[in-house]
Design a protein around this ligand. Sequence first.
Ligand code: BTN
Length: 237
Amino acid sequence: MYNIIKFETLPSTNKYLKENYQNHDEFTVITTDNQTNGKGRMTRVWNSTKDDLTFSILLKPNIDSSYISQIPLIIGASLCIIINKYIKSEIKWPNDIMVNNKKIAGILVEGITSNKVDAIVVGVGINVNSISFPDDLLIKATSLKKELNKTVDKEKLLNQIIKEFIILYNEFLNGNKKYLNICIENNYLKNKQIYVNNELIEVLDINFNGNLIIKDSNNNIKELYYGEVTLNKVYEE
Ligand code: BTN
């Protein structure tokens, strides 16, 4: 059903799959304990230690590229369901998982498209057992071990997540939007005031297209699409 390949070291599991997707089947999972040049969203870096989980899942779906924006929500819902088995987590639309107001996991989905979708690489970084963070991240980031005060079995966690993801992803391909219900029920941003592209807005909900429903500063209700927004100042500092 899926195949996990572990490398001793890699610059980036996403980069590896983007360069090698033709040599691997769908649901190949690439992981390493030593990712040396991890990528975050919007040219950010993703730093991790051997105590954390970094992995990428290869998809080769027969879908229109407009559906790629649903994939972060599907993996986000999977992460939320599984992390909830350990501690209550929430999805910060569209790409982060939060625990106790701090980021515990990040998602980077990259599509490889020609005139169709050739492949999709679903990259995930989870702070699992690391307990020290650089000063600038201390108020923003946490790990499972920090929150639970105990070490978590990374291999078990990885397998739980992949299994849940494959279920929700196959349901999505069959037109079932269960993943969206999970995003709606675990919406970290709901009723929060946040800055989007420098405008203070209020988040109302996530709708059944996976878009964020907001009320802007003039009290107009609007829909925000994946990719068009930069969210800032949502952390309670
Ligand atoms: C973010 O929060 O900005 C997204 C972080 C995604 C990090 C993961 S770690 C595994 C995969 N390989 C990468 O280079 N990035 C993703």
